[in-house]
Design a protein around this ligand. Structure first.
Ligand SMILES: [Zn+2]
Length: 62
């Protein structure tokens, strides 16, 4: 079982690279059992989506 620190590291790595299936599964398991990380993950994904969206809008203007 990974701890919250490892989970948060994987959450940020997941934005930059594809996680291995083992990493993805252990992260998923931790997030499903840990409310703190589930919330953190939602926020990370939301921020990432928002950034991506802003970037794409910027690209369209060129
Ligand atoms: Zn946690």
């Amino acid at each position: 079982m990974m701890n919250c620190k490892e989970a948060s590291q994987l959450m940020s790595q997941e934005l930059d690279r594809k996680l291995s299936w083992r990493e993805a599964i252990t992260l998923k398991l931790h997030v499903s059992l840990c409310d703190g990380c589930a919330n953190a993950r939602k926020q990370v994904n939301f921020i990432h989506q928002a950034c991506k969206h802003a970037f794409e809008l910027n690209e369209e203007k060129k």
